[in-house]
Write a protein that binds this ligand. Structure first.
Ligand code: TRP
Ligand code: SF4
Length: 327
């Protein structure tokens, strides 16, 4: 017996990196046995912010699906699909748009933050304000009750609950459950420069980076600023390099801390060793990814099967929705 149904998604806006693995994918793959899982490439959501240049969205969508599978999502156990291939997402989005008060969207913290932070893109659009209503449609179309997301997405899950409640109340129905967010336990991994890991800062190691690139990038990592000379004892608990060890090579953490605190090695040695550990971690992912890249029909087949499975559920939910609104 499964514990419930999961839906989660990611926007295909560029290559996936270590932060996606730690913050989401590792968690997603661990849920596959206990839940019925739907994992969605949110290409309509990508369009909402990337509409001015859509050149790469389709390619990123397929690459993302390949990365997911390479990281352990199993098409035999999970439904992996592309949002825009299941037209019911936009249909339910329209229904939710009719019942979502503007104030709920205007007050949404992610909206206010994105408008402030994102530069070089005009996000003053009608669709961008409604971003969370599409996300609510994604989740509720599958009657999802659990949504594994990062902390930044919790306001959207909360809005989804409010939209579900409002729909059920207005149309005297019980079509929709109120889903729960499920936070990943791992702390957020910072970028190589200790800022937030982000595509726009280019401060990440991509899952698809080759071994040499991983080494080069790792050597640029910012270390404990108080440790200038080898003889200065380091403070591993404040060093980003050390937190990468904690996540990707925890069995080495104790030794790394000792060598750092007691000046037994320098930061360059420490980073070179980390690069090796990261490459050991990435090797199997790269191998599975290369295998998939050599057989593009395989990804197409996974996404087609996902589309069929997702469509069956989505159609049934829309049937109930039309019944509830008496259309
Ligand atoms: N907004 C999510 C993000 O930026 C992506 C997303 C779209 C999503 N639809 C979803 C996440 C539904 C969870 C559930 O990360
Ligand atoms: Fe950081 Fe390693 Fe240098 Fe210590 S030795 S400060 S853990 S990079």
């Amino acid at each position: 017996m499964k514990k419930g149904r999961i839906l989660s998604g990611m926007r295909p806006t560029g290559p996936l990196h270590l932060g996606h693995y730690v913050g989401a994918l590792r968690n997603w793959s661990g849920l596959q046995d206990d839940y019925e899982c739907f994992y969605m490439v949110a290409d309509w959501h990508a369009l909402m912010s990337e509409y001015a240049d859509t050149t790469n969205i389709a390619r990123w969508s397929r690459d993302m699906a390949a990365d997911w599978i390479a990281c352990g999502l199993d098409p035999a156990r999970s439904t992996i699909f592309v949002q825009s291939q299941v037209p019911e997402h936009s249909e339910l989005h329209l229904v939710f748009s009719c019942i979502t008060p503007l104030g709920w969207l205007e007050r949404c913290p992610t909206y206010k933050e994105q408008k402030k932070e994102v530069k070089g893109k005009d996000l003053e659009t009608y669709a961008f304000l409604g971003y969370p209503t599409l996300q609510a449609a994604d989740i509720l179309l599958y009657l999802g009750n659990v949504v594994p997301v990062g902390e930044d997405q919790l306001p959207h899950v909360e809005l989804t609950r409010e939209i579900a409640r409002r729909f059920n109340q207005i149309f005297s129905s019980s079509v929709f459950p109120e889903p729960q967010g499920k936070l990943t336990t791992v702390p957020r991994l910072l970028g190589l420069d200790r800022r937030k890991m982000s595509k726009s800062y280019g401060n990440f190691i991509a899952l698809a980076d080759d071994a040499e690139t991983v080494k080069k990038k790792t050597l640029t990592m910012i270390t404990d600023p108080k440790r200038i000379r080898l003889a200065d004892p380091g403070h591993p608990e404040e060093c980003n390099v050390c937190s990468y060890y904690d996540v990707f090579a925890p069995e080495m953490s104790a030794e790394v801390q000792d060598k750092c605190r007691n000046s037994k090695w320098g930061c360059t040695d420490c980073k070179r060793t980390l690069a090796e550990a990261l490459n050991r971690f990435l090797d199997p992912i790269r191998a599975r990814r290369a295998e998939l890249a050599g057989d593009p029909a395989k990804i197409d087949a996974v996404l087609e099967k996902g589309r069929e499975q997702a469509s069956a559920v989505a159609k049934e939910t829309m049937r109930k929705v039309r019944e509830a609104i008496r259309f």
